[in-house]
Design a protein around this ligand. Structure first.
Ligand code: FOL
Length: 175
């Protein structure tokens, strides 16, 4: 893993963070109990280029920027933890790796189970003082999960086909 980031890496990170903020806060759907967005796309690219630690850090920065510019709810630290873990998951599965059906499915399942089905229900119950078994937490979430797993898996896999990641990795390793 990179110990420090050079100027080109910082510029690339900044661009990907800006894309994450835009996709999640401006082009995403957000209700009190559910979020749907395509912010995972720049996040996967970050994971391929920079690995788990830096992608986690980048996702945390995107959370801070998004919350300071476009907050629709009070800040809650649990979602910052989610952001770090989701970034770390994409870095773990895609850093300097070819995107295959296998790691696409694995990354989607691990992030969905850990973040969307375990941690987020806990944070929402704590934040809104509703019981953890409340239908307002689970009904929209289970519907989203069933629809979203195939969509996110397919987008992740096809991203692997269109991104010139071998050139990127060669270029970033030379620097
Ligand atoms: N606090 C912080 N730090 N960041 C936030 O984005 C944030 N957002 C809210 C409140 N405090 C915050 C607004 N409420 C979900 C739903 C509502 C919500 C926050 C999160 C939610 O369902 N999140 C899912 C989906 C995330 C995704 O796919 O982008 C999650 O697993 O975190």
């Amino acid at each position: 893993m990179k110990k420090h980031l050079d100027a080109r890496s910082i510029t690339t990170m900044a661009l990907l963070i800006a894309m994450m903020v835009t996709l999640s806060r401006l082009l995403g759907i957000e209700t009190q109990f559910l979020k749907v967005s395509f912010a995972f796309i720049p996040e996967i690219i970050m994971g391929m280029l920079f690995g788990p630690l830096w992608t986690g850090v980048g996702a945390v920065i995107a959370d801070f920027i998004g919350m300071s510019l476009f907050a629709k709810a009070p800040f809650f630290i649990g979602f910052t933890i989610n952001a770090f873990l989701e970034g770390a998951i994409y870095g773990y599965f895609f850093y300097k790796k070819e995107i295959t059906w296998k790691n696409s499915i694995q990354s989607v399942l691990v992030s969905t189970i850990l973040i969307n089905l375990i941690l987020t229900p806990l944070w929402l119950a704590m934040m809104y003082h509703v019981p953890l078994n409340s239908w307002v937490i689970w009904a929209p979430r289970l519907i989203k999960t069933v629809i979203w797993i195939p969509i996110q898996t397919a987008i992740t896999y096809f991203l692997g086909g269109v991104l010139p990641y071998k050139q990127w990795i060669a270029r970033f390793n030379r620097a």
